[in-house]
Write a protein that binds this ligand. Sequence first.
Ligand SMILES: Cc1cc2nc3c(=O)[nH]c(=O)nc-3n(C[C@H](O)[C@H](O)[C@H](O)COP(=O)(O)OP(=O)(O)OC[C@H]3O[C@@H](n4cnc5c(N)ncnc54)[C@H](O)[C@@H]3O)c2cc1C
Length: 439
Amino acid sequence: MKTPHFAIIGSGTAGLATAILLAREGHQVTIFEQVEELSPVGAGLLLQPAGLAVFEHLGVLDQALKLGAKVTGLEGKLANKRLLVNSHYHQAGNNLYGLGIHRSTLCYILTQKLAEYSSHVTWRMNHHIERIEEQPHEIRLFGTDHQQHNFNDCFDAVLIANGARSQLRPKAWVKVDQAYLWGAAWSIVPECLNLNPEILHQFYDRSKIMMGVLPTGAIPSAPQQRLSSVFWSLPTSQLQSFLKDESAKQQWLKQVSDRWSDVAEWLEQLLLDEHNQPQWLSAQYRDVVMSRYGQGRIGVIGDAAHAMSPQLGQGANMALLDAWAFSQSLHAAQKNQQIDWSMLWQHYHQQRRSSTQFYQFLSRLLTPLYQSDHWWAGGIRDLTFPWMYQIPYFRKEMAITISGLKTGMFQHMSYQQIAEYQHNQNVLIQNNQSLPEYD
Ligand SMILES: Cc1cc2nc3c(=O)[nH]c(=O)nc-3n(C[C@H](O)[C@H](O)[C@H](O)COP(=O)(O)OP(=O)(O)OC[C@H]3O[C@@H](n4cnc5c(N)ncnc54)[C@H](O)[C@@H]3O)c2cc1C
């Protein structure tokens, strides 16, 4: 068989992780990225145990642990100081933990790994893909290069990994594609030691006020300086004025101070340093639901396939799980020196569909309880959550859910299953014979 040549559009978490797994298996990969240089901005994110299992599978976990910040759980406090959310990874399984990490660190770790397979990887930075055409035995990509010249190139298959705002995902597969009305302002600050630095701390008052402090470790260029990310939830219509307007930030500080004075004290200390004022950025989210993630020689992965609000902190994990599942499915679908594309997507949907549906459903259900103008939303949350935490079954299920391991309402994967899957490829191929048909 001729070595298949894959095109990957987008070098975010999904694109980079998939490129590593494909190149490691000896496939040729060309990555198209529209920006000139990989320098992802934005605050840190929380990698859940499921994402860290993929990191172990990729062979980058040790490096990630050196730079990131180990997180043992999530605590969410109400204005009356009562703990509303109190989930810890050990409730889902011994030795499980999360990792706060900067986007730039995540990108650095994945590109370093990819460099180990450089003979299998071609980079096309500053190349914007505009259109994809599926032909009988190949895929043709059309785009513009760094000099604004048009180009087109042929590949055996393409993975669309160009993020939540993708215009490339096949329109016929898109069921929902809409922006959320609420987003967040983010800032990276020196590590917060006033709060336990192994916990993601959140603060809520009804569904209109929400703040978070996430330990995110260091960036590669300054490994000694530990950092935290602060986010403040706002309707998207107010984000720009918050970023520009000093009085909006003063009002924010007052709102925090009226409710959580210990956190406000820490923030006030930060703001005293005139030369090191927090730089704020805005983040907006989309909700994207697709009827399928791949067919024939075209696949869609990462946020392009299933963008959601970051309420459950699953986006990067899901991108990593997509990469893992795609490489497993490709392996299972290689028979007689050929790739059986329909078997590949059947296997992929079997691995990813119900898990993705579960997290998208939950994210849609929970987001208005934390970010909305509904007068009743916060009250329902504040009544039901403490009740659920009293019941050991729900406590454990919540921890498994946050861990990113759920594959449906009543099922989940184990960390080891993801981390060690590469040693069990033969088992996977045998199991594949009993897969149900995916329509
Ligand atoms: C505020 C915020 C907080 C979050 N917190 C968490 C968290 O705690 N935990 C978690 O797991 N996730 C979190 N997420 C989600 C997570 O960041 C994303 O789900 C994840 O980064 C998606 O990766 P991706 O590779 O699919 O897309 P992206 O990272 O968006 O990458 C897409 C890439 O494609 C490129 N591109 C776009 N169009 C083209 C084109 N036409 N041609 C060529 N290149 C193109 C872009 O330049 C970009 O580099 C958060 C997201 C936000 C916004």
